[in-house]
Each structure stands twice: as C-alpha cells, then as structure tokens.
Design a protein around this ligand. Structure first.
Ligand SMILES: Nc1ncnc2c1ncn2[C@@H]1O[C@H](COP(=O)(O)OP(=O)(O)OP(=O)(O)O)[C@@H](O)[C@H]1O
Length: 298
C-alpha cells in the first residue's frame, strides 16, 4: 500500500535519512520508531510530499508521491506535527474551512465522523476551550473526513493522558479491524506501539536498522530468567551452546535452541538449576537491544 524506496535526505549537508526503505501492507498498522532526530518525521514529511528527498521515492497505492502528489495523497489522511486550528472558531467551523480547501464540505459525513471521534457535544464550542485530547480528536476527524485508505500519524498520542491514549489505541485498532485501514505512525511510547502495531521499523541516525513483526520479535530469541549455581560453570555451558548472558540473571538462547537440552547439560555438569523461566521481553527491551547492539551506521 505504501512503499518508501531508498530515501536520502540531507539538511545543511548533514544526513537526516540515508537509504531508508520500508513498505506498509494494506490493512497493517506499522510503527516507525527511533530516538530523537533518527529521521521519523522527515520520513513522514517525504511521504506527505512536504519534504523533498535528495534521492528515492514513495508510492502510495502504486502512485508516486514525487510524480503525482495530489493523486497519490488522495487516499491519505494525516495528522502531521501539531495540527493548526483557528482557536477563535468552533471545531465545526474549523472542519468546514479545512475541508473547503480539499474538495468541499459534506455536512452529513462531517457529523458522522465527529460522532465517531466522540466530539458531538463540544463541536460547536470554540477550539480554544478544547483540551489537548479534544484537539487531537478534531485532528483525527479532519484526517478521516476524506475517507482515506491510509492514515499517517506523527506522534499521535503525544501529551495525551492514559485514558486518551487508551481511547486512541482502541479507535485505531477498530479502524483497521472494521475498515481495513492502513496506518503508519511514529511514536516514542513503545508500550503503545507494542499493543497496536503489526510491524515496526527502527531508525537510527537516519538509517533503518530493523524491520519486522512485533510478534515475531518475541519469538526470535528466547530469553530466560535463571538462578544457576555455580554461575561461572553455567555461563561456560551457556556460551558453548551459543547462548548469551544478559543483565539481571537473564540468558538468551540461539533462535530455535531447545531450553530442555541446555538444562540437561547444566544438570549433567553438576550445576544446580534453582530457576529457569521464560521471560517475555517487552518491545522496549528489544528496542534497546537493537539500538545499543547495532553498530553505528555512520
Ligand atoms: N527542516 C529542517 N532543517 C534542518 N534540519 C532538520 C530539519 N528537519 C529535520 N532536521 C534534522 O534532521 C534529523 C532528523 O530529524 P527528524 O525530525 O526527522 O527526527 P525524528 O526521528 O522525527 O525526531 P523526534 O523524535 O525528535 O521528532 C535531525 O538531525 C534534525 O535536526
């Protein structure tokens, strides 16, 4: 549905993106992750035709954003950076004005979308009286009004309270499940990304250092919390079998390795196995491992 191909971008001679590619499948929720300055917003800016890449291209539904921006973006709704509204007008008036820029205002469709985002009661209040969460819902209504197939969201839950974050997550999951919406978003809230995303890409210093399914990440490298004595003997055996010693008495086995075989070897070598339990690593653990473990790309 959305393909970013070999994107390069420099700002004042400094690379912001260097050969970044990723693809988002139809009906998928895809997360773009990375530390501050990794290149996430630059990528979204290029996808939206607001930032011109030095090299590379983005296609949406097979149409090139560089060659035919308006056609490519016809299927796209977006919340990019802090959405700007006229504070002295109501939410309703804002939507009317904003939609008139892009093909006209459909009152019935607007009412339906406002209802869906839960703004009906306050839609005629001035936007300056809105909380941050309500502004975000208005932005979502604006993004959804053109009935997009793809939704691009730049830090959508930034500044929302826990209730707002939960509402947002359920709303987006619902859009995917009921309407087959394709969603690409960037976020620093890894717990949320883990709950929402099918796949993620991790950017580091302008390069993609990881792309993969969120679920698959957990299964790739089995991690166990252990209590083994003597520890030195146990570490030697774990290393011999290609395992890795992590912090906090955790070990990682090679993908596909059989933990029972390791326990058998440990016991055979006289190691007392007091604890050996699988740990489900969070996306945050994996994110830190990938970013701390990846050699600097530059
Ligand atoms: N308009 C610009 N002019 C100059 N440099 C820019 C511009 N936009 C981005 N950059 C630089 O490009 C790099 C990537 O920035 P970008 O905003 O894409 O990162 P990000 O991953 O979105 O970061 P954050 O999580 O802080 O939003 C940074 O070094 C940033 O300073």
């Amino acid at each position: 549905m959305l393909v970013a191909n070999n994107l390069f971008k420099k700002f004042a001679g400094k690379p912001a993106l260097a050969d970044v590619s990723f693809h988002v499948r139809p009906g998928e929720i895809y997360g773009l992750l990375g530390h501050n300055g990794a290149g996430k917003s630059t990528s979204l800016g290029i996808i939206l035709g607001m930032v011109m890449p030095d090299q590379g291209d983005v296609t949406i539904g097979g149409i090139s954003v560089l060659k035919d921006r308006s056609k490519a973006l016809r299927k796209v709704g977006a919340i990019f950076e802090s959405p700007a509204f006229y504070d002295y007008l109501s939410g309703w008036e804002n939507l009317k004005i904003l939609m008139s820029y892009s093909g006209g205002f459909d009152e019935k469709a607007a009412r339906a979308v406002i209802d869906r985002v839960g703004l009906t009661k306050r839609v005629h209040s001035k936007v300056r009286t809105y909380s941050h969460g309500m502004r975000q819902r208005l932005a979502l209504a604006q993004a959804l009004l053109p009935e997009p197939e793809v939704l691009l969201l730049d830090e959508p839950t930034d500044g929302l309270d826990p209730e707002g974050i939960k509402w947002f997550r359920e709303f987006i999951l619902n859009l995917r499940d009921e309407r087959g919406m394709t969603v690409l978003f960037n976020s620093h809230l890894l717990g949320e990304v883990e709950l929402m995303c099918d796949r993620v890409a991790i950017l580091r210093e302008g390069r993609r250092v990881f792309e993969g399914p969120v679920q698959g990440l957990h299964d790739d490298t089995p991690v166990f919390e252990v209590e083994l004595e003597p520890w030195g003997t146990a570490c030697g055996i774990i290393h011999c079998l290609g395992g890795e010693i992590l912090a906090d008495r955790r070990i990682a086995l090679k993908p596909g390795a059989d933990p029972a075989a390791l326990v058998e070897k440990l016991v055979g070598a006289g190691v007392r196995v007091r604890a050996f339990s699988p740990v489900r690593r969070s996306l945050e653990d994996l994110y830190m491992e990938i970013l701390n473990g990846a050699p600097s790309p530059n």
